[in-house]
Design a protein around this ligand. Structure first.
Ligand code: BG6
Length: 493
């Protein structure tokens, strides 16, 4: 049975914002449903509007009705009784003086604000003495993504934060680490004796990581056009998946050991030069098309996106990890918006068996051996291998051995934030990013950002909304004699 965290106050900066509504509140309710919030729990919401305790309660009641989660009406009331509002500007010392009166003992400060506010809030918390830990009481800060917008700004932000807080007080969220299937990568690798011996350049041909989305930029044009697919998805979510697949087994299952192994992997990724950033990375933007049965306008015709925007909505790249285990094994990664289907998976392609045994048979190719870790939405693991077709002739066909989470377990709906918030309340930083992990991710992509920023003229590749991505991404693998796994499910002829 999982223990309840100790009593604590959760202080939410940006309590009336979208993130709080969509993810934080449902996650809190699910934690309450599962008996995983302390009895002595208090929620202090801060925002600039002057709505008072009653206003906050009305807001929370509405938000909890709009975004369903676990627990009943009694649980909603439970939160409302414990909710307090503080109106104030994030840069005003007075806000923090008022906050100090509300916060005693353990406290978790959740920065659900635009990134431009992170630094000022942390500075003010420091000045007001709110993050000083006295006796057994802890003070922790959760910081949302995006953490910086390039290497320089990420280093600067880390420096500012670590000027006020100890690393052990900082919990940098990457919501991919809250996904059960992402956490399962470690269990799959380290709790099963057959996996590790096969996981090396001796047996693996290449790895493909796909994070395909059907959603487009929607109403996020203002944010997205300054960000793009590379910044939005690669140094964070995708590099988490690369690290979890490629890292060495840690000595212990604890935050420091794990985060150190991840840091080593990212440090071993071959640095892009301006030349390789052009040859091994593809960017593209979606043109109009149809996703499912929905007509989608071109990215450039989306609200708040300029007609001449050069922001990428798709990125694919080839990464090489220069260490003893992976040298020579390409990791191809791709992510994009408005694609044919929503799918995140990691596919490990094993080297082919020698064909000579079948020389005198009608078999002229062997089906590939693939191990696919299906992160979402169809969660599970698939192993593809060849079997003899039951007929007098020798023929081999590829078949799937499939484990589906939904068949094996009753999965209670969750946002992925439950584990992260619970871990933060219990002080387990395993699923959070350390300062050097964040910087290592930016260090890899920075040469690409530089090359793109300098290039104002070369044509921007495009792909039809609802397709599998741009031709240029196919050519990236084609040059190596490989191809992407199809995004659309295989149909039997
Ligand atoms: C966010 C990005 O971090 O992750 C979004 O900002 C993206 O653009 C989202 O859509 C994807 O998350 P998930 O959990 O739907 O794969």
């Amino acid at each position: 049975m999982t223990a309840k965290p100790p009593p604590c106050t959760l202080v939410v900066f940006g309590v009336t914002g979208d993130l709080t509504k969509r993810l934080l509140l449902p996650a809190l309710r699910n934690l309450r449903r599962d008996g995983l919030l302390p009895d002595d729990f208090k929620l202090v919401g801060i925002a600039s509007r002057d709505i008072g305790d009653e206003g906050l309660r009305t807001h929370l009641r509405q938000a909890m009705a709009d975004f369903k989660a676990g627990g009943g009406d009694g649980d909603v009331e439970w939160f409302l009784q414990r909710a307090h509002y503080l109106s104030g500007k994030f840069e005003d010392a007075a806000t923090y003086a008022a906050l100090a009166k509300q916060v005693k003992g353990n406290a978790l400060f959740y920065l659900a604000t635009p990134p431009s506010e992170f630094s000022v809030i942390v500075q003010q918390l420091g000045k007001a003495g709110l993050v000083a830990e006295a006796g057994d009481a802890w003070r922790r800060v959760i910081i949302e993504k995006p953490f910086g917008h390039d290497l320089e700004s990420a280093i600067a932000l880390n420096k500012e934060i670590l000027g006020v807080l100890q690393e052990s007080q900082v919990f940098r969220i990457d919501h991919y680490l809250g996904k059960q299937t992402v956490q399962n990568i470690m269990v799959f690798r380290f709790a099963n004796g057959f996996v590790e011996p096969l996981r090396s350049r001796d047996h693996i041909d290449h790895v493909q990581i796909t994070v395909a989305e059907t959603v487009g930029v929607e109403a996020r044009g203002k944010f997205y056009d300054k960000t793009g697919a590379l910044r939005d998805m690669v140094p964070n979510h995708i590099f988490q998946l690369v690290s979890l697949i490629a890292m060495e087994p840690p000595a212990r299952f604890d935050a420091e050991s794990l985060r150190s192994e991840k840091a080593k992997v990212l440090d071993s990724v071959q640095r892009f030069t301006p030349y390789s950033a052009r040859g091994s990375v593809v960017r593209a933007q979606y043109a109009e098309g149809t996703v499912g049965d929905k007509k989608v306008a071109a990215y450039r015709d989306s609200p708040d996106v300029p007609q001449d925007s050069r922001t990428e909505t798709y990125v694919a790249m080839k990464l090489m990890i220069d260490n003893w285990r992976w040298a020579g094994v390409p990791f191809y990664v791709r992510t994009g918006k408005s694609l044919a289907i929503r799918k995140t998976d990691i596919n490990i392609r094993f080297k082919q068996a020698p064909l000579t045994l079948f020389r005198d048979t009608p078999v002229d190719t062997l089906p590939p051996n693939d191990l696919t870790i299906r992160i979402q939405p169809d969660e599970g693991v698939t192993l593809r291998f060849g079997v003899k077709v039951p007929e007098p002739q020798m023929r081999i066909e590829g078949v799937d051995l499939k484990f589906n989470y939904a068949d094996a377990f009753t999965v209670t709906p969750s946002t992925g934030y439950e584990t992260l918030i619970y871990d933060c309340m219990t002080g387990d930083a395993t699923l959070f990013q350390r300062a050097d992990n964040i910087e290592a991710g930016w260090r890899i992509v920075q040469p690409i950002l530089d090359v793109w920023a300098a290039d104002k003229t070369s044509p921007m590749p495009s792909y039809r909304a609802g397709s599998s991505g741009p031709e240029e991404a196919d050519a990236l693998l084609g040059r190596d004699g490989r191809s992407w796994r199809s995004l659309v499910p295989r149909v039997k002829p």
